[in-house]
Design a protein around this ligand. Structure first.
Ligand code: ADP
Ligand code: MG
Length: 460
């Protein structure tokens, strides 16, 4: 796989490189000079294959900023230059540790496409050393460390759950980093459930299921991330179940991450859920202010600057949301400081929080608001949605409302059943599953659900 990272002379790569140069040239006059020099000029054309262009950013700040502000512009301009639609993936350069010694520039990906290729390269920044431990995550972190001490025996499987952006993926990579440090060839397989599903479907289509299984089952340590992504995907679940059994019965270590508990992974097959529960189940909660503050200072240090205590504390208290949001705030602050060529100050932090995060302090919508949003787009009256009616369009709207309620509130099925006119919890699960399946099958339906979600709970 190492040759994926080489700049060989193949035609595509040459065309890509010169197209990329032209894209940068064309933006030169259009964006402020400092922005161009700091954020765009350093982006390097890295790899091109199957209409996916990979471009390397020289650090996390540049990556976050470019992704946020310029990704779509860059992708469109590049597509125009190449004369066809393409996907642009931004990668972060691995500065800490070269990943492929023979190549000048190497890259690690925050996008799933690279990290899930068979030779998995964990993000070198996601180590145990860089993981700040507090009350909110200490069990999960201890579990992950314990895995290293007794691979496949003590906590098997280890199941980590928690809301997005709280460090689950970080811990999975930390396990991989530590193991690969000792033995770079150790058979670790990291895969997101989404990627598992895509690979599996591809394998089915190209009649290469055996090969797919061989790859998954060759793992000594199997790290599966975001397992909730396969809810409602029956065949994939079945395959995960068999993979799990195979690995487990041959004493391999399994670590699973999810945004909810095994019990709440409904409507997943009970057999799979109880397998997930059979080892250590550890949660990650939102960190308290002190931990948030420590995380910020540690991130700043990794990026090579010192974040004063008062500013860190201010951000920890005023930036809402997950650790990922905190990081975003720090990135923005550093970018502002760099563009304005000033030191980071409390004033700067205050106005940045006002500019970017005021809108985010948005409470979760209430059940009533969800029903109203569904009603608006489906033209079914609110009172009908929770009524006994079994008419097709009404049932359909009801199912969408059930789906949205569950996604937004994460309430128990039983409680959701009560909200929908004291219905049985199994009918709630059924409605949810139906919508979930349809979202994947039917583009129009998918767009409908998306637009309701955008109405009632933007940015989620
Ligand atoms: P999840 O997988 O739970 O959605 P990630 O592992 O992707 O979350 O974490 C989001 C970001 O927050 C990552 O950049 C990660 O390094 C950072 N992060 C989360 N928790 C911590 C922590 N305790 N210490 C340091 N960084 C953290
Ligand atoms: Mg994750």
């Amino acid at each position: 796989m190492a040759d994926q990272y080489t700049f060989d002379d193949d035609g595509d790569m040459t065309i890509f490189k010169s197209a990329w140069q032209r894209v940068l040239e064309s933006l030169k006059g259009k964006v402020p000079k400092t922005v161009f020099e700091r954020f765009l000029a350093p982006l390097v054309a890295h790899h091109f294959e199957d209409d996916v262009a990979e471009v390397v950013c020289p650090g996390r700040f540049v990556y976050e900023w470019t992704l946020d502000k310029y990704h779509s512009v860059l992708q469109e301009s590049l597509a125009k230059e190449l004369g066809r639609p393409i996907k642009l993936n931004l990668l972060v350069e691995a500065r800490e540790k070269p990943l492929v010694a023979s190549v000048g520039r190497t890259a690690i990906s925050t996008a799933p496409t690279i990290s899930d290729r068979p030779t998995f390269k964990p993000n070198p920044a996601y180590t145990f050393e860089n993981f700040v431990v507090g009350r909110s995550n200490q069990l999960a972190c201890a579990g992950a460390r314990a895995v290293l001490e007794s691979i496949g025996t003590r906590y098997n499987p280890l199941f980590i759950y928690g809301h997005p952006g709280l460090g689950k993926t970080h811990l999975l990579h930390a396990i991989a980093n530590r193991i690969l440090e000792d033995d770079p060839h150790f058979p670790i397989r990291y895969i997101t459930a989404q990627q598992f599903m895509e690979d599996f479907v591809n394998a089915l289509q190209s009649k290469r299921v055996d090969q797919f299984r061989r790859i998954q089952r060759s793992a000594q340590v199997w790290l599966i991330d975001d397992v909730q992504m396969i809810l409602g995907k029956d065949r994939t679940q079945e395959e995960v179940f068999h993979t799990f059994n195979h690995l487990y019965s041959s004493g391999r270590q399994i670590v699973i991450c999810s945004d909810r508990t095994p019990r709440d992974l409904l409507p997943m097959d009970e057999r799979l859920r109880s397998r997930f529960e059979s080892g250590l189940v550890a949660d990650i909660q939102s960190p308290d202010t002190e931990t948030r503050c420590a995380i910020l200072r540690s991130k700043a240090k990794q990026e090579g600057f010192d974040l004063q205590m008062d500013i860190a504390m201010f951000l920890a208290e005023n930036v809402p949301g997950s650790v990922r949001h905190l990081e975003g705030a720090l990135t923005k602050l550093a970018a502002v400081a760099s563009i304005e060529s000033k030191e980071i100050s409390l004033e700067m932090a205050t106005s940045m929080v006002d500019d970017h995060f005021r809108d985010m302090v948005r409470a979760k919508p209430t059940f009533k608001q969800i029903l109203e949003a569904v009603s608006k787009r489906t033209q079914i009256e609110v009172k009908d949605i929770t009524s006994e009616s079994r008419k097709g369009p009404v049932t359909n709207a009801r199912h969408i409302a059930i789906y949205m309620t569950r996604e937004i509130t994460n309430d128990s099925w039983k409680h959701i059943g009560t909200l929908f006119g004291n219905r049985d919890h199994t009918s709630m699960m059924h409605g949810y599953k139906k919508v979930r399946n349809l979202i994947n099958l039917d583009r129009e339906f998918n767009a409908l659900v998306r637009s309701i979600m955008d109405d009632v709970y933007p940015d989620h």
